[in-house]
Design a protein around this ligand. Structure first.
Ligand code: IPM
Ligand code: MN
Length: 329
């Protein structure tokens, strides 16, 4: 049976890279039935819809969501990010953001292969806080970080499960020396889960130290688990040390499968290069490979990853064509 995919191309280069990703999925012989959803900044400017409850209910009927990128300079920052991307992550309970990194860090010689598991529904992203006396010298703004035992525990459990299929090592990244309340909750959840996986080795790094290791010694990592904001920042760095953000893929997963999971490149909508053919579709193609893993099509996903591993250059569609020609199998 065909996998039913909701496609949100979005803004800027989003639709361009998503088209290449679907081209490659089809070339790999996977049967997909796609439905386009016109969402993003452009849609919002046209009729005010960001993501209505009706549209969200429709999305729930699909096996997966493939997203390009959202955001346009004409809409103030936060509106589309919170109203569309974060709303999907929260409402569909996409509590794991899985971001793999394979490459050789600039200046390095030894290749690395690690995965960041970013908690995807909590931390400062929940929007807790507020502002008082805005625009005056007495202005006060607070932005709280929400950390629940359940949220940390399930992210850690996913990381340990993943490590069991890999090199059996998980590193917790946090800032326990300063964020003592949240850090302590994370540490205890991490160790409670670790007790269920005696074969898995563990480590802890402060997030600032992890930034140095990402650049100087990324081979030390297998699976990293961290909170939402640290994970956001670290995964841009992960992209930068693994061939660039044009290769960085991600899966927003609901591992309990109570709703569709969503797959998107780490990069944004890059409105400055829209229509130029300069966008590298590889991150979107690798995100589609993560989608195929989740749909039980791992053989096709592996072929796509192998096809992407050999460097390709060219325009957006040329890269898509070359990778598509390599996966036919
Ligand atoms: C990402 C992005 C988003 C995030 C933004 C666009 C809200 O940077 O997926 O990493 O911060 O999570
Ligand atoms: Mn980010």
């Amino acid at each position: 049976m065909a996998h039913r995919i909701a496609v949100i191309g979005g803004d800027g280069i989003g639709p361009e890279v998503t088209a290449e990703a679907l081209k490659v999925v089809r070339a790999a012989g996977v049967d997909v039935e796609t439905t386009d959803f016109d969402l993003g900044g452009a849609r919002y400017l046209r009729d005010g819809e960001i993501l209505s409850d009706d549209t969200l209910a429709e999305l729930r009927n699909f096996d997966c969501i493939l997203l390009g990128a959202v955001g346009t300079p004409e809409v103030p920052p936060g509106v589309i990010e919170r109203g569309l991307l974060l709303k999907m992550r929260f409402e569909l309970d996409l509590y794991v953001n899985q971001r793999p990194f394979i490459g050789t860090a600039p200046g390095g010689t030894v290749p690395h292969d690690f995965v960041v598991i970013r908690e995807n529904t909590e931390g400062p992203y929940v929007g807790e806080g507020g502002v008082l006396r805005k625009g005056t010298v007495h202005e006060v703004a607070t932005q709280g970080s929400v950390n629940t035992w359940m949220g940390a525990e399930r992210a850690c459990r996913y990381a340990f499960e993943l490590a069991m299929q890999r090199r059996k090592h998980v590193t917790l990244v946090h800032k326990t020396n300063v964020l003592t309340f949240a850090g302590n909750l994370w540490e205890r959840a991490f160790h409670a889960v670790a007790a269920d996986y005696p074969e898995v080795g563990t480590a802890y790094n402060h997030v600032d130290a992890a930034c140095i290791y990402f650049v100087q010694d990324p081979q030390r990592y297998d699976v990293i688990v961290t909170d939402n904001l640290f994970g956001d920042i670290l995964t841009d760095l992960g992209g930068a040390v693994s061939g660039g953000i044009g290769l960085a893929s991600s899966a927003n997963l609901n591992p309990a499968r109570t709703g569709p999971s969503m797959f998107e490149p780490v990069h944004g909508s890059a409105p400055d290069i829209v229509g130029t053919g300069k966008a590298n579709p590889t991150a979107a193609i690798l995100s589609a490979a993560l989608m195929l893993d989740f749909l039980g099509e791992s053989a096709a996903a592996d072929r796509i990853r192998a096809a992407c591993a050999e460097a390709v250059s060219g325009s957006t569609t040329e890269i898509g064509d070359i990778i598509a020609s390599r996966v036919a199998g």
